[in-house]
Design a protein around this ligand. Structure first.
Ligand code: DQA
Length: 171
């Protein structure tokens, strides 16, 4: 299982940035914990932090077909970026949106996520643990997706079923 993790603008400042809101863990501590949790479940992470919308759009677009999931904290772009939303949609990568703070409990301008409609779901408000919970949700969804596509490939097709029925009737 390969997961792309993207941290958006200003998240390189975690630890120092408004610790009352975002906690004291810095980005490298968050990444270390994510790698530990992923490795324990046999998943491989590719991690990127970017302050640039276009770079995030490109990373998502070029991840098409390469990743089983995207764990995304788009930070302020969450509330503004139609381009990131379109990139998620176009990439077809199952995505979980995460936030350290509870965006629904903050200023009204942060209540709307442009990205939520194209994500599997959103985890918001659990500090650094939001990332671990998001990864858990993503791995669960990816495993479920793999299981259901395997089950689908074993399900006889309509044509297959009618061929078998014809054979049965001939006997
Ligand atoms: C954030 C919430 C956003 O509203 C904000 O712009 C951020 C961080 C969070 O993780 O809580 O930069 O995504």
């Amino acid at each position: 299982m390969k997961i792309l993790v993207i941290h958006g603008p200003n998240l390189h400042l975690l630890g120092a940035r408004q610790p009352a809101l975002y906690g004291t863990a810095d980005l490298s501590a968050i990444n270390k914990e994510l790698i530990r949790a992923a490795t324990a479940q046999g998943a491989i992470l590719k991690i990127l932090q970017s302050n640039h919308e276009g770079e995030i759009v490109s990373a998502i677009g070029s991840g098409r077909g390469l990743y089983d999931g995207l764990l995304l904290n788009a930070a302020a772009y969450t509330h503004t970026s139609l381009a990131i939303r379109d990139a998620i949609d176009a990439s077809g990568i199952p995505t979980v949106e995460v936030h350290l703070s509870n965006i629904a409990a903050r200023e009204p301008i942060r209540h709307q996520s442009m990205l939520a409609p194209v994500c599997l779901g959103q985890i918001s408000g659990f500090g650094a643990a939001s990332y671990r919970l998001g990864l858990e949700a993503l791995l669960l969804a990816a495993a479920k997706g793999q299981a259901s596509s395997a089950a689908l490939s074993k399900t006889p097709t309509h044509a297959g079923r009618s061929r078998r029925a014809q054979k049965h009737r001939r006997r």
